[in-house]
Design a protein around this ligand. Sequence first.
Ligand SMILES: [Zn+2]
Length: 83
Amino acid sequence: MQQFPCPFCGPRAEGEFRYAGDAGVKRPARDCSDQEWAQYLYMRRNAKGAARELWIHTGGCGRWFALARDTVTHVVNGSEPIG
Ligand SMILES: [Zn+2]
């Protein structure tokens, strides 16, 4: 099993974490159009290669962080706290 680096707890087994989406997606304003809201909910780049993703350490500290990962090779290139 792959190890993920939680920025708060250190390296832990991948199974302790839950993926939560692309870290580059920004929630639109409350008065946005239906089209903008649909874009936010459903449209993703899903690009190959380097990605910055949101993860939560559900089996540990329960905190959110951004993980830099290659979606093709699954090589992890670091993590950082968010918020
Ligand atoms: Zn943690």
